[in-house]
Design a protein around this ligand. Structure first.
Ligand SMILES: Nc1ncnc2c1ncn2[C@@H]1O[C@H](COP(=O)(O)OP(=O)(O)O)[C@@H](O)[C@H]1O
Ligand SMILES: [Mg+2]
Length: 467
């Protein structure tokens, strides 16, 4: 069942229940009030009648004319009047009762002897019910008369009947009107949901550039749309990234393959001396090494993406690690005429994976050496403050334009300056560095300008012994 129908039905049922309870209570209260009002006016009339009889010294009234002049309210046809003797026989009665025979009931007579008034209702076939009050008149503990005042309940009945009809007509109308209103409002409230559904269908059909328009930005629907847009944005970005990545990866692998194929084709065209074959095979081996490296790094990154890389969390003495890498780099630098020196190295122990941290540092030092000019100098330093360790590698090489500072961490990205400087390199090293830093809840910062050299700083949080 559609949400709109369900909402309207729920709302309608609740409203109907409220209306019916309300009407029943209202009807009961009105009926009671009307009856109370009748009783009150009967009592008032009876009181007046009794008082005036008392004033007359309880002389029995002689005729109706006298009666009417004594009690003008009897002229109002809605009340009749009877006086009974203690034996229960009618002494006198008002003209408007003539066609009725309203005897004094036994209970009324008994109550009168005990000096009490009593209300009674009397029913007659085919006629509206009557309501009567019987009041005793006592003199020195002796019952002299019983005064009875009565009235028809016809008008009360009619009023209640009209009221009932009004309720029976009004309730369905009110219900219908508010159901229509509820239907309309539910439709209005749910329209954005329909829009979102349609947009989601278009997006699911493959158009990830689609976004939901957010007309009602701050309500629940607006938040839903914003969340949805956010999600699509991220999907869009990651699909783009995957496409870009695939094309970059194919391109990076095709270049060495093209080189190898070209060289091999050429050398096979005619017989050549042994040395020529050897040099082609050597060159091919270089390209194979390069491709192997790309594939290894890609494999590592994809396993890292899938959370399949096992890592340890053990105390790592960073100063020892720095000294090791420095020793290794000094040897490499010797061949390339690059001096690798140690700056300030403070003793720091962090929690982490020794092998990965070593890889991170070596990657950065290799970059620094690779992008230095011959005869350049690379400095490694390790500082610490109360919260973090700062491991920095500074070179005076080709540098990186500020616009590229973020991009160099993307897979396969290499600056133009780097490409012209050296053919070596895959563009994957810094992506791996960033992942390792992230693994240790740290980050890699870059300070560099084109042609000015660079400083890469690995910032790693310290774990306090108490924590
Ligand atoms: N020390 C550096 N000096 C200048 N450019 C650098 C340095 N380190 C990294 N880069 C730039 O960042 C790019 C990405 O680095 P990296 O991911 O390690 O790839 P690779 O070293 O294989 O080129 C490099 O191609 C280069 O353009
Ligand atoms: Mg590198």
């Amino acid at each position: 069942m559609p949400l709109r129908v369900r909402l309207t039905l729920w709302y309608g049922s609740a409203l109907a229940l409220v209306l019916i309870i309300f009407s029943v209570v209202l009807y009961a209260m009105t009926a009671r009030n009307l009856r109370d009002a009748v009783d009150e006016s009967l009592e008032d009339t009876a009181t007046i009648a009794v008082r005036s009889l008392e004033e007359r010294g309880f002389l029995p009234l002689l005729n109706e004319k006298e009666l009417l002049s004594q009690f003008p309210e009897l002229a109002r046809i809605d009340k009749f009047f009877q006086i009974f003797s203690p034996s229960g026989t009618i002494t006198i009665s008002s003209p408007n009762i003539k066609h009725h025979d309203v005897p004094l009931s036994r209970t009324a007579l008994e109550t009168a002897f005990s000096g009490q008034s009593i209300f009674e209702s009397a029913k007659y076939p085919n006629e509206p019910p009557l309501r009567v009050i019987s009041v005793p008149i006592m003199y020195r503990d002796k019952l002299l008369y019983i005064v009875q005042v009565g009235t028809s309940l016809e008008s009360v009945g009619e009023t209640l009947h009209r009221f009932l009809i009004l309720l029976i007509v009004a309730i369905p109308i009110a219900l219908a009107v508010s159901l229509a209103g509820g239907w309309f409002l539910a439709g209005r409230a749910l329209r954005p949901v329909d829009e979102i559904t349609l947009a989601a269908q278009r997006i699911a059909a493959g158009d990830l550039s689609q976004r939901l328009s957010m007309l009602t930005a701050h309500d629940e629907i607006g938040r839903l749309a914003a969340t949805f847009n956010n999600m699509i944005g991220r999907l869009d970005a990651s699909f783009r990234q995957i496409r870009q990545f695939t094309s970059d990866a194919s391109h990076e692998l095709r270049t060495p393959l093209t080189v190898m194929k070209g060289e091999t084709d050429l050398i096979l065209r005619r017989p050549r001396p042994m040395e020529d074959y050897k040099s082609v095979l050597e060159s091919n081996l270089e390209e194979i090494d390069r491709m192997t490296r790309i594939v290894d790094e890609l494999l590592f990154l994809s396993r890292a993406d899938m959370g399949e890389v096992k890592t340890e969390t053990l105390p790592v003495a960073l100063q020892a690690l720095v000294e090791d890498v420095h020793r290794q780099a000094k040897l490499l630098g010797h061949d390339r005429n690059i001096e690798v020196v140690l700056g300030t190295v403070m003793p720091v122990v962090i929690q982490g994976d020794d092998l990965r941290l070593r890889e991170l540092l070596l990657n950065l030092v290799e970059n620094a050496m690779k992008y230095s000019h011959p005869g350049g100098k690379v400095e490694i330093a390790l500082l610490r403050d109360r919260r973090e360790a700062r491991l920095s590698i500074t070179d005076h090489g080709i540098g990186i334009a500020p616009a590229d500072h973020q991009k160099i961490f993307q897979r396969f990205f290499r600056t133009d300056a780097a490409r012209t400087h050296t053919k070596k390199g895959t563009g994957l090293g810094l992506a791996i560095c960033a992942w390792i830093a992230d693994l240790h809840k740290g980050r890699v910062e870059v300070q560099s300008d084109l042609g000015q050299g660079s400083t890469f700083t690995v910032v790693l949080p310290l774990v306090h012994p108490s924590a």
